[in-house]
Write a protein that binds this ligand. Structure first.
Ligand code: HEC
Ligand code: HEC
Length: 299
């Protein structure tokens, strides 16, 4: 009896040892990925100075950046927080205390918005980067030019914090990929001419984060938040939108209420999108209607 117990003890002991070793290896792998330094050549953008371009930059920031960085762009505390994983505040984009505006160069903005990396070349956890990386040079330059004009707001946000467990979760793929790992680090991006065309609608869908939530093929997708469980609806003609008119689509994005009277919840950022221009919404509508009819994504 004693012998058997001893043997079980030895087996258990070595199992625990193996698990510990595996944990340490995974921890180191996750840490290496999350702290990898990327060397990219950020495009050398020339910032516009005319009022029209800066107003366009304001418009894009209002519809695309404010949802996560706050109405005054001074950052949102606990933008992501889950005690077993960690905590991320979104950055204060102004030049006030705690803001990065005062010492960010144009290249630093390009690194963050197009490449998903910080001043040191390390990945940032801004889930919108796969979308913002596709902004054309001209549009990105307008946004940066606008950011340089916003009033300073004193708001000290905290450095992001990750638990040791999160490194292991990263290594085994439970937290998805980091934007810097998935975006193409190509230097120049162009946009189709602005207007009511399906082509421009596609550009708007790509540069706003529709695909981050509605999936790469827009037939619905999993929440980008690993702690949430919702699946978003199908935006192709295989979904409810097949029965909507253009007016109803525009009305839904402006009011958050669908033609069938359903109030969209806050996971869908319609409060930001309601500020899209009519022509932008019409272009998005044309593009969505031109998509192949796909079935609703399920897990
Ligand atoms: C889906 C939410 C989301 C959207 C949309 C978003 N951001 Fe962010 N952004 C974040 C979060 C969260 C961080 C902090 C990331 C971190 O600390 O790793 C961040 C960080 C940044 C940083 C700091 C990068 C650094 O070096 O630390 C800049 C600059 C930035 N965002 C600019 C923008 C601009 C400009 C837009 C609009 C074009 C935008 N963001 C849209 C969530 C968002
Ligand atoms: C952060 C995640 C997120 C992003 C980004 C997002 N959506 Fe949504 N969207 C959702 C969720 C979740 C719902 C379902 C909400 C509900 O039913 O209460 C939804 C619902 C919708 C609906 C209603 C569909 C229906 O069948 O009722 C439309 C239309 C829509 N989104 C369009 C868009 C467009 C266009 C974009 C990009 C400009 C976009 N969404 C970006 C999460 C998102």
């Amino acid at each position: 009896m004693k012998k058997i117990l001893k043997r079980i003890g030895i087996v258990l002991g070595s199992l625990i040892e193996l698990l510990l070793i595996a944990g340490v290896v995974l921890y180191l792998m996750g840490q290496a990925r999350m702290n990898k330094v990327y060397t990219v050549e950020p495009s050398n953008l020339t910032l516009p100075t005319d009022a029209e371009s800066i107003e366009y930059g304001r418009h894009r920031a209002e519809t695309l950046c404010q949802g996560c960085h706050g109405a005054d762009l001074s950052g949102v505390e606990n933008w992501f927080t889950a005690p077993p994983i960690g905590r991320i505040d979104s950055a204060n984009l102004t030049s006030g205390e705690g803001g990065l505006g005062a010492d960010f160069t144009t290249e630093d903005y390009v690194r963050a918005i197009r490449h998903g990396i910080d001043q040191e070349g390390k990945p940032i956890f801004m889930v919108a980067v796969p979308a913002t990386a596709q902004l054309s040079d001209e549009d990105l330059a307008s946004i940066i030019a606008y950011l340089k004009t916003i009033p300073p707001v004193d708001h000290v946000v905290q450095e992001r914090y990750f638990t040791p467990l999160s490194y292991i979760m990263f290594a085994v793929g439970m937290l998805g990929d980091m934007p810097a790992e998935v975006v193409s680090h190509d230097a120049h991006v162009t946009a189709p001419e602005r207007g009511v065309s399906a082509e421009y609608g596609e550009y708007m869908v790509n540069t706003n984060d529709c695909r981050v939530c509605h999936g790469p093929n827009l037939n619905g997708g999993k929440s980008p938040d690993p702690t949430a469980t919702w699946i978003s609806p199908n935006l192709t003609p295989g979904g409810e939108l097949a029965f909507w008119t253009e007016d109803e689509f525009i009305n839904t994005l402006r009011t958050g209420i669908t033609p069938s009277g359903h109030q969209l919840n806050d996971n869908m950022p319609w409060k930001d999108y309601r500020n899209f221009y009519d022509d932008e919404l019409k272009a998005i509508w044309l593009y969505l209607q031109s998509l192949p009819k796909l079935e609703q994504y399920t897990e």
